[in-house]
Design a protein around this ligand. Structure first.
Ligand code: PEP
Ligand code: MN
Length: 338
């Protein structure tokens, strides 16, 4: 249930409602908008709480049931967009954030060189995997701690924020020592122990949609993180598996405007994994921006033909710069900036 306070309701009225909710054994989530405060009621038996007693309390305008299974992630709980801050980058605001970099960190020079190039082109966040979820155990698995150190050095030199994947609960501490944003990959959208553990951290989490995941499952993944107390979650469309084999995945452009309606969290788009093909990435990136994405994640490699992973979907720095330039008028057409 959510309790919508009247415009101008006083602090003591808000506190009285919160106390009444807590008395009944539930938790609250407060969302203070410019006009009014919304009090979200959270708890396993939340559907059992009586609405009527709250409707007659001072300062309360109305109460509403949240029909979706996700509560904290729902747009009803927080009508205005959530803005997340990572190393000085505001994610989810007017500016569309471009996260760019290689699929995997392959070495010190390559990540530092890539960082300078993507920054120059307009990216504000550097991506790069140090722990890689590869389909084959015989493929390159990532540089681990060494990769994290190189990412941190690239951040120091460029001022970019960094994002890198965390694959398991026991990696959280190590990855958290370095990264500004935890990336949770498609294969872990429903790894509930990982999501719960990330809910106990205080770093932003970039959660990818499962390989065959529904939008509901993606938002329930976000809910797992948020229910642990970490509200800094962004959700990412990265393509899903369908019957189509002509592309690596099917980028679901519907997901972008739908997620914008269903959740207040920043909505991200990953056209590289969504298509698997360099020649499709720019068009799909443009479609995602036109559809309302807050964040674009683009794989960029200094020499894609020699990439250790995902070269076929990685832009070279020149292609990336051209894409960002072409995205600017599209962003402007939908009232945003890049
Ligand atoms: C990646 O971002 O390189 C990655 C492995 O992504 P996904 O989890 O979407 O496959
Ligand atoms: Mn990749």
């Amino acid at each position: 249930m959510i309790i919508v306070m009247k415009q101008g309701a006083g602090q003591s009225q808000i506190e009285a409602v919160v106390a009444r909710v807590e008395e009944q054994g539930f938790k609250v989530h407060l969302s203070r908008g410019e006009a009014r405060t919304i009090i979200g009621v959270i708890g396993a038996d939340e559907h059992k709480i009586q609405q009527e007693p709250f409707e007659v309390m001072d300062g309360v305008e109305k109460t509403m049931r949240v029909m979706q299974p996700y509560k904290l992630a729902s747009r009803d709980f927080a009508p205005s967009d959530t803005v997340i801050h990572a190393n000085g980058v505001a994610i989810g605001g007017q500016q569309i954030v471009v996260m760019a970099g290689p699929c995997s960190v392959e070495g010190r020079e390559m990540i530092i060189e890539t960082a300078h190039m993507v920054k120059e082109a307009g990216a504000t966040v550097l991506r790069g995997g140090a722990f890689k979820p590869r389909s084959s155990p015989y493929s390159f698995q990532g540089l681990g701690r060494e990769g994290l150190e190189y990412l941190a050095e690239a951040r120091e030199q460029t001022g970019l924020a960094i994002i890198t994947e965390v694959m398991s609960v026991d990696e959280i501490e190590l990855v958290g020592e370095y990264t500004d944003i935890f990336q949770v990959g498609a294969r872990n959208n429903q790894n509930y122990s990982l999501l719960k553990a990330l809910g106990r951290t205080n770093k932003p989490v970039f959660l990818k949609r499962g390989i065959s995941g529904t939008i509901n499952e993606l938002l329930m993944g976000a809910e797992y993180i948020m229910s642990g107390g970490n509200m800094q979650v962004m959700v990412c469309e990265r393509g899903i598996r369908t019957y189509e084999t002509a592309t690596r995945n099917t980028f679901d452009v519907n997901a972008v405007p739908l997620l914008k309606q269903l959740t207040h969290l920043p909505v991200c788009a990953d056209p590289a994994h969504g298509t698997g093909m360099v020649k499709l990435v720019p068009a799909v990136a443009k479609a995602a921006v036109a559809a309302g994405a807050d964040v674009l994640m683009i794989e960029v490699h200094p020499d894609p033909a020699r990439a250790w992973s995902d070269g076929a979907q990685s832009l070279n720095p020149h292609q990336f710069k051209q894409l960002v330039d072409e995205l600017r008028p599209i962003a402007a057409a939908v009232g945003r900036e890049i």
